[in-house]
Design a binder for this molecule. Structure first.
Ligand code: NAP
Ligand code: ZN
Ligand code: ZN
Length: 345
């Protein structure tokens, strides 16, 4: 299938228009016209080889939403015209205990990422910065009709990545949840934690985001420009979700946890953390990690969004603005996710 999109041809190259072939529709495949594709910071890390050697040409994009254009002969889950979403992976082994439990993101044999990877046929997988997509129906999800479509795209990565740890660590009414970094991921954490009934505190190094954080539902906003501020919040949190990839002094945040509290790493820093064990054991605190979410939980998250009318706050852009959007994302200057209009590829 002939497709148009944006690709990077090397770590120091910009996104440029690119034409390529997607595989023909298989019996279990669904093709769709992409309506919107979100720009995740992980796209930038990979396009710029900040996570090690990458596969080029690379069409990034793993926050993808659109309308089904055709279905393979064995497809049962989707019909032409329906809304459809695809996130961070397009395949996994389907046989390990993680896959069987719907935790495909932790597949023993490695999930197949949506781009910067080889697909099951050995071809370079091309992501969502493009006008069309082809995917096995088992790795796509339904999108509630009531949600505004541009704001849905970021749910496929930023949304599920924050929903999953909030559910896993049991955020509920009465919980006090901290969210570090009010970016694409962080702002979804605020919305979900609030919808689950928690009290929410944002830790941000951008004081200008305070009003937005409160509008999104945060109860408190802590400017981390002066780290001494954090001392006022020690031993108050059940759960802290760290979406920041900068190398922060993590012990300052571990101290903010109550007895049995957990700090979850979500942003991937370039250097290992150093954690003071004394801070952990004096309050049975934990430091953990969490990666996106599986297909069943992604569907559950979208249904939750439909019920609570939750979408991402987005700036819709055309494809020719994507390089500027990358630079603005790196500068923490996005409100709160850039989404490329699929009609502009
Ligand atoms: P983003 O939109 O750029 O947001 C990151 C936020 O971190 C910024 O908005 C900023 O918030 C804060 N920040 C940036 N630089 C900082 C610094 N020097 N010091 C302190 N805070 C800083 O990025 P994103 O798309 O949300 O992604 C965040 C991270 O999560 C990325 O590393 C991404 O690769 C990773 N990620 C992980 C998963 C997973 O499954 N675990 C999934 C998707 C993405 P403030 O302005 O409020 O401080
Ligand atoms: Zn992502
Ligand atoms: Zn598996």
């Amino acid at each position: 299938m002939q497709s148009r999109g944006l690709a990077v041809h090397g770590a120091n190259s910009p996104l440029v228009p690119f034409e390529f072939e997607r595989r023909e529709l298989g019996a279990n495949d669904v093709s769709f016209d992409i309506a919107f594709a979100g720009i995740c910071h992980s796209d930038i890390h990979q396009a710029r080889e900040e996570w090690g050697p990458a596969l080029f040409p690379m069409v990034p994009g793993h926050e993808i939403v659109g309308h089904v254009s055709a279905t393979g002969s064995k497809v049962t889950k989707f019909a032409v015209g329906q809304r459809i979403g695809v996130g961070v992976f397009i395949d996994s082994c389907r046989t390990c205990d993680k896959c069987l439990a719907g935790l495909q993101q932790y597949c023993d044999n490695g999930m197949t990422p949506t781009y910067n990877a080889l697909d099951s046929e050995g071809n370079v997988a091309m992501g969502g910065y493009s006008n069309t997509f082809v995917v096995n129906e088992d790795y796509a999800v339904h999108v509630p009709e009531n949600l505004s479509l541009p704001g849905v795209a970021p749910l496929l990565c930023a949304g599920i990545t924050l929903y999953s740890p909030l559910k896993h660590w049991g955020a509920t009414s009465g919980s006090h949840v901290g969210v570090m970094g009010l970016g694409g991921l962080g702002h979804m954490g605020v919305k979900f934690a609030k919808a689950l009934g928690a009290t929410v505190t944002v830790f941000s190094h951008s004081p200008g985001k305070k009003a937005d954080a409160l509008l999104m539902g945060a109860d408190h906003f802590v400017s981390t420009a002066d780290p001494k501020e954090l001392k006022n919040y020690e031993s108050q949190f059940d759960l802290i979700l760290n979406t920041v990839s900068a190398n922060l002094e993590m012990n300052l945040y571990v101290k903010l946890l109550k007895v049995d509290g957990t700090l979850v790493a979500i942003g991937l820093p370039s250097k290992p953390y150093s954690i003071n064990v004394g801070t952990l054991l004096t309050a049975r605190r934990s430091v953990a990690g969490s990666q996106i979410g599986g297909i069943p939980e992604t569907q559950e998250m979208l249904d939750f969004c439909g019920k609570h009318n939750i979408v991402s706050d987005v700036e819709v852009i055309s494809a020719d603005y994507a390089n500027t959007a990358y630079d603005r994302t790196v500068a923490s200057d996005v409100k709160y996710r850039f989404v490329i209009d699929g009609k502009t590829f």
